[in-house]
Ligand binder design. Sequence first.
Ligand SMILES: Cc1ncc(COP(=O)(O)O)c(C=O)c1O
Length: 391
Amino acid sequence: MPPMSERLSRLVRAIAGEPRPCAFVDLDAFEANIQRLLVPVRESGKTLRPATKSIRNPSLLRRLGEREGVRGLMTYSPRETLWLAEQGFADLLCAYPSVQAADVDALSAASRRTAVRAVCDAVEQLAALDAAARRAETVVGVVVEIDLSYRPVERLHLGVRRSPLRSAADAVAFADRVATFPGLRFDGVMGYEAHVAGVGDRSVAKRAMKLAARRALERTRRELGRALEHRLAVFNGGGTGSVMWAAGERALTEITAGSGFLDSHLFDHYVDVPLVPAAFFALQAVRHPAPGIVTCTGGGYIASGAAGEDRLPIPVFPSGAALLPLEGAGEVQTPVALPRGATVELGGTVLFRHAKAGELAEHFHEYLLIRGETIEARAPTYRGLGQCFLG
Ligand SMILES: Cc1ncc(COP(=O)(O)O)c(C=O)c1O
């Protein structure tokens, strides 16, 4: 990969003539990231399942699916799962449960087209899904989610709030429960280590927490693997921030990654995830409100999660540009402070990276796919295709 500054200048030249705001993907970087995430997974004999939530662009999903070692997709919404199945995507694992009829009916309809598995952790979810599967005269696979949060002492919960099921015994009992529903089939387990994969490790305290948490969750996954050995078609784990070590964990059959393919900036805070930024958005400079400041049109694309400065996009071109602390990224205008000596003419371009990979796609109809200095293709996002699954 050429140095970042050279790459960014080349990308700015590639989009000259495009109206801004626009968003684009550097295909060379995207492909380098696929390689980096795929190699450890393939070498350990597992498959890589891309997380659609972190991509939201069918053309990029197709490019991923063509790689040897990539299998299926992890989807984030039942209606999205059906929509993808209708477009020919296969082997879909919907990782977020729902109990409403529209959603479970969508999953059942999808399962008539391809292998569909739904992640569940409550009997209410099973009952709703079973009813839908029977209405559609199909059988839907169920993958049980296990909570892998780190709890070194009572009442301390380091991790996300997803599943209430915590132990191998919980998983076995739930698997047995699945078997009592005629419209469902127990297919496996998902244990996502969000507190390891989704937390940066540039501070000693975070690194220590992650190491201790890793030991505990590896133990739980090992126990789960043993307890359900002959019943697991799928044991899914991992995320961009943990691919490198999760790939080596024997209990898992497949690893999920999403954000790492585009390398949004929250992943800059990981020391052992060697990825290259691949997705950017470009704004037009329209004002010079004061020396050293340009104001651009658009830019207020703030990431979800606990609100904080790290959820803001970051300007990356010209190098050294920064948001103003009192304005941040604005709804319609975003002022940027330029480093000494740098200038951006009115009509010029400032490039940014989003904090999260998938959410950028909610703001743009298409991604320009750039190879070298050329726009190779235009790839509509979910939004560009008229889809908004969480809206
Ligand atoms: C179940 C599950 N697995 C894996 C991931 C990892 O995704 P990413 O690689 O985009 O961080 C997520 C993201 O939230 C997830 O919910």
